[in-house]
Design a protein around this ligand. Structure first.
Ligand SMILES: CC(C)(COP(=O)(O)OP(=O)(O)OC[C@H]1O[C@@H](n2cnc3c(N)ncnc32)[C@H](O)[C@@H]1OP(=O)(O)O)[C@@H](O)C(=O)NCCC(=O)NCCS
Length: 189
């Protein structure tokens, strides 16, 4: 179980729980087709954004396997929400987790997704005691693959047409990192 002491701070970012005031910020990027292209959901309309925010606001701790921790990536100087980051506790028996991240395109290209995801790897390995954390993505999502590679994660699988998403069969890549690799490796910084 992990109830993180929020907000988390990194060199350049604040990672905090979502609040009711984040509706416009969340909608600003998750309503964009270029952002949701390789996500499971369609661009949010107002109702979808409200429903998502209600859910995100509740996901602030990992109390049982299956739980997800969703945090807003915030620029401390302005308070602007640059995106969001996710850690899912997928299995207690096998001590497994999964990370994810989404940025507003205005804030891409600066390493914020990598910096935020690294903090959730730290939380997963050092706070929750996970043994292995994965990142899963559409094989065409090269920007996301670069994030996982910058984190030192290993490309372990290329699954051919294993999911049917948005009307088409899609390939999935699986990246992973083990706890001993985290302790030893460049991902930790
Ligand atoms: C995936 C996604 C978060 C990647 O965003 P990103 O801005 O490329 O990733 P980062 O924030 O880690 O920034 C890395 C880029 O900034 C550059 N950069 C600049 N300063 C940097 C720094 N201090 N540290 C690290 N990278 C830095 C890197 O060179 C890199 O650019 P490159 O990939 O062209 O070499 C973004 O494309 C996105 O939100 N996509 C839509 C949602 C999505 O698909 N999410 C993933 C689902 S699996």
């Amino acid at each position: 179980m992990l109830v993180p002491d929020l907000p988390l701070r990194t060199d350049r970012l604040l990672l905090r729980a979502f609040t009711a005031g984040d509706l416009a910020a969340l909608t600003a990027y998750r309503s964009r087709p270029d952002v949701t292209r390789f996500l499971y959901h369609d661009p949010y309309d107002d109702a979808a954004a409200r429903a998502a925010l209600d859910r995100l606001r509740r996901r602030t701790a990992l109390r049982a396997p299956g739980d997800g921790l969703n945090l807003a990536i915030v620029l401390p100087e302005t308070g602007e929400v640059a995106g969001d980051v996710l850690l899912i506790w997928t299995s207690a028996d096998h001590r497994q987790g999964e990370i994810g991240y989404v940025l507003h395109p205005d804030h891409a290209g600066r390493g914020y997704a990598t910096e935020a995801a690294r903090e959730l790897l730290r939380l997963g390995f050092e706070g929750l005691g996970l043994h292995r954390i994965v990142g899963r993505l559409d094989a065409r999502n090269t920007a996301s693959a670069r994030v996982l590679e910058r984190l030192g994660m290993r490309r372990e699988a290329h699954l051919r047409e294993n999911e049917f998403v948005k009307g088409e069969w899609t390939d999935e890549l699986v990246y992973a990192l083990l706890d001993r690799e985290w302790r030893a490796g460049p991902a930790r910084v």
